[in-house]
Write a protein of this length. Sequence first.
Length: 373
Amino acid sequence: MSGLGALGKPRSPEDVIEVAPDDGSKGVHPYETLSVRVSSGRLESVRVVKSQDAQKLPVPGRISADGRRWEPDDTKLALAAEYTVDAVAVDGDGRRAARHTTFTTHVPEERFIGYVTPENRSVVGTGMIVSLKFNREIADRAAVERAVRVTAKPAVEIRPHWFGRDRLDFRPEHYWKPGTEVTVDLRLRDVEGAPGVYGLQYKTVAFTVGRSQVSLVDAAKHTMEVRRDGELLGTVPITAGAPKTPTYNGKMVVTDMYEVTRMNGSTVGFGGEYDIPDVPHAMRLTESGTFLHGNYWASATAFGETNVSHGCIGLRDEKGGSSQTPAGWFFDRTLVGDVVEVVHSDDKKVAPDNGLGGWNMGWNEWKAGSALK
């Protein structure tokens, strides 16, 4: 696969890796074709995940013998599901391109569902917040809230908070204790969430809290202290957001982890400042596009000395990623649900609904967000 297009310009990941249905598609019919293909080169890896009935399940499939195409074993798509596709392709010179796409399938008329974070049977960091995103606005939030029960062993007080009419989060007052077993019971089936609109799910999701890891990023000192169960695991030099594009302050939670992904400034409100197809060791912190990730393109002298990013937190890395670099070291020691707190940055505090930012809200304010008085 050539990495260059017309006039010698690098080909975009969209030109290299074709994914169907299109990214962002909604209401996809169950008999539409799900496929990933390249016109030349080969697919290195394809990971497809289906979120349905409060569970995230891998979609089995296979790459063709020539490496050009991936197809699922079951060609029929599930109803009322969200699909996520992560594909990496490699050309003859070892250049990698990555695509991340999502689409949702048709939801039967007059039904609503909730997509649950985290996934069933997962082991997560101590900062995980249970989050339900509904596919349509909920008018009777009290009825829906009564139909969702979150419990923990050992027991701890867990309270809900609504963000608008389509998102319901749950958390305790403080971070979970390591070893806590959390159960989310969805009893939404036949609950009337809006006039004439009824829930579809009757499901249980369970996850376990692993060890505690909280990392403190000091944007002024250009360092990140990584603490495991309260003990200092290491101090890593970083580069944060430049003066014109500072990093959010506040507590953020790792929600996704990618060994390699594409970062395009146009998708997060920037112009054509950057479009990097192979960002290594990327860990998402906010929905608005804040990542903690490996950086191989900045000068090695930037880390620990200055802030040069567009709002992300960068750790020194090598092209293609290496476990021997600071970024690889941190990635290998991170769980979804770990907390990264940023201080001394010249920006506002991250919003509580931007990613899993609910830890930035006081306990009384959090409890006031319940629909049940």
